[in-house]
Design a protein around this ligand. Structure first.
Ligand SMILES: Cc1cc2nc3c(=O)[nH]c(=O)nc-3n(C[C@H](O)[C@H](O)[C@H](O)COP(=O)(O)OP(=O)(O)OC[C@H]3O[C@@H](n4cnc5c(N)ncnc54)[C@H](O)[C@@H]3O)c2cc1C
Length: 413
């Protein structure tokens, strides 16, 4: 049973860019007790182990490395009077703003008037990708590699293969280079890389073969990685690539373990928390911001999202807006639309997020539409790619009074 009780105005779970930016903004709005809880020994979130630039251009008007950016976020929050509690793992979210927290001194209960969930994303590890083979040493994600290389000075392998071509895969190449690691190949199961041009030039300059239409089928080796079996998805032919490690990159999923065990509603499409246009969850005491909302955005985007949601929390505490009793419009997305955030709009309320954020699950060309009943509210002809940011202005959705659902769909050409 928790033996210590702490009462605060706002408790924030996660000291990444979203959580720390929100905490700073809340203090600047005059909110008294703002506490940020993080399970790690240091605040800053993912950027702490991204040892490369560019971070912070819009927020701090500087080009910073990830660790420099993380340090700035922490310093800015502390200077604003935020209480940052590291090595504090939030283990339960209970109705009405009650949190159970595991700390080095035992269990603590926190009672907060409002709670912001900002627990971020993680890459899909090998275990969740159903790849055949034993469990040899030398299999990581980009995040784990960055942590080993930049934070612990470890070099887990010398000649790994890199799986995936999202932007983070190219961070993996840079991390590898900084530790003298030379990947033997970069594998992409699709016909083109997921990240934008000119990312494909990086493996080219570094002399790393970029193998498109190539799927990993098995990891070879018992104690250490000896190689990987790969299949050409066009010809069906298999071959072995000799290597001593595997870096699984991307395929981000919301870090929603805590939320999943709670009473809060999740969005099956994004894997994160379901919110309205103010970032408010199904329990109105709870809000969410940052990459927990959707895989995946940049640190800067998460920072700005945290700042915006903080303003709406401050309004809510000051009772400037009471959105809870108004009618809600639910957004339903259909394949190939993978997700839409926010998933709910409180009708007749000014302010909040300016845009709906969308992602598609595969490359498509045609028309993106939003309708209410059979009324077309918005449409645009577009070519869309997975993992790319798609924004639709919420103000453009002029739905009639009494609308309960909006349909978000795509007509392929
Ligand atoms: C491997 C990797 C590399 C990336 N590289 C880049 C990059 O180069 N540039 C870029 O712009 N973006 C990058 N990103 C995207 C990254 O998610 C964002 O940059 C940004 O960090 C998101 O901010 P956030 O505040 O939402 O979450 P995070 O930065 O992930 O912070 C979440 C925090 O919540 C804490 N937490 C989670 N659960 C609990 C709990 N139960 N109790 C207490 N604390 C908890 C975590 O310890 C963490 O500190 C990368 C992401 C990953 C996974």
């Amino acid at each position: 049973m928790p033996h210590k009780i702490l009462q605060v105005d706002v408790a924030i779970v996660g000291a990444g860019p979203a959580g720390l930016a929100a905490a700073t903004a809340l203090r600047h709005r005059g909110v008294d007790q703002v506490v940020v809880l993080d399970r790690e020994a240091q605040g800053g979130g993912i950027p702490r182990h991204c040892g490369h630039p560019p971070f912070g251009m819009l927020e701090f008007h500087r080009i910073l490395t990830g660790p420099q950016y993380a340090q700035r976020l922490v310093t800015q929050a502390i200077n604003a009077g935020v209480i940052l509690l590291t090595r504090h793992s939030v283990t339960r979210l209970l109705p009405g703003g009650e949190l159970e927290v595991a700390t080095p001194d035992g269990l603590v209960k926190i009672l907060a008037r409002r709670v912001l969930i900002a627990t971020g994303v993680r890459e899909t590890p090998r275990s969740a990708r159903l790849v055949t083979g034993a469990r040899p040493q030398g299999i990581t994600t980009t995040g784990a590699l960055q942590s080993m290389v930049y934070l612990q000075g470890l070099v887990p392998f010398k000649r790994p293969v890199v799986i995936g071509t999202e932007l983070v895969a190219f961070s993996a190449l840079m991390t590898a280079a900084s530790a003298g690691i030379k990947p033997v190949a970069m594998l992409e199961s699709g016909a083109r890389i997921t990240a934008r041009y000119p990312c494909q030039l990086l493996p080219l300059f570094k002399g790393i073969p970029l193998l498109l239409n190539t799927e990993l089928t098995e990891i070879l080796g018992i104690n250490t990685v000896q190689g990987v079996s790969v299949k050409d998805t066009k010809s069906g032919q298999s071959r072995v690539i000799d290597c001593d490690g595997v870096i699984f990159t991307g395929q981000f999923t919301a870090e929603a373990t805590l939320a999943r065990m709670s009473h809060l509603e999740l969005d099956p499409a994004s894997g994160g928390l379901q919110i309205d246009q103010f970032g408010r969850c199904s329990d109105p005491v709870y809000f969410a911001a940052g990459n927990i909302l959707r895989p995946v955005e940049t640190a800067g985007w998460s920072y700005r999202e945290g700042t915006s949601v903080a303003a709406w929390i401050a309004d809510d505490l000051a009772r400037v807006a009471d959105a809870t009793n108004d009618s809600q419009v639910i957004l339903n997305c259909e394949d190939p639309i993978k997700l839409v955030v926010p998933q709910r709009i409180i009708a007749g309320q000014a302010g909040g997020f300016k845009y709906l954020q969308l992602r598609v699950s595969r490359p498509v060309t045609g028309e993106l539409l939003i309708t209410a009943e059979n009324n077309q509210l918005w449409s645009k002809k577009m070519s869309l790619l997975p993992e790319r940011r798609i924004l639709i202005p919420i103000a453009a959705l002029n739905y009639p009074k009494g609308t309960q659902t909006l349909r978000v769909y795509f007509k392929e050409q």
